[in-house]
Write a new protein. Structure first.
Length: 144
């Protein structure tokens, strides 16, 4: 795992750098190939070779912008949420608990709840609970 020295002399993880280097190793890809594949679907922009080289050495001076993370997601073949989490940990020293075991669409549902008014959450919770109860195998057995 790549790391760099932080201000306190310790090492900090570099998960975005690791994603890039891992994709290069596993796919046998050059920076030129990754740059050609890494195009943000919204803006059409992508990274320069020098930027990819700096990222591979954990030598970027600032966090990548959103369009660059979208481009990397496409170019490296990793889900955007994974690229964003790696960047957050590497550049902001922010880690979040992964909703492991859940498919990406389920994580999207949870993420979208962040914008819901707190007063609406009990109603949403009740709807979800009803859907879960209706789809549980236990209820299917009771219906026989």
């Amino acid at each position: 795992m790549a790391s760099s020295t932080n201000g306190g002399g310790g090492r900090r993880p570099a998960p975005l750098t690791d994603l890039l280097n891992s994709a290069r190793r596993e796919g046998g890809l050059s920076f030129r190939q990754i740059a050609a594949r890494s195009i943000d679907p919204r803006t059409g922009e992508g990274p320069k070779l020098s930027w990819l080289n700096d990222l591979s050495k954990n030598a970027l001076n600032r966090a990548p912008e959103a369009h660059m993370l979208r481009a990397l997601s496409v170019g490296l073949g990793y889900p955007l949420v994974q690229v964003q989490a790696a960047a957050a940990e590497q550049f902001l020293e922010y880690t979040s608990d992964e909703l492991s075991g859940l498919p990406e669409d389920a994580r999207a549902i949870v993420t979208s709840l962040a914008g819901v008014a707190p007063a609406e959450l009990p109603r949403i919770r009740a709807v979800l609970q009803t859907l879960i109860e209706q789809s549980s195998p236990k209820n299917e057995l009771n219906d026989v």
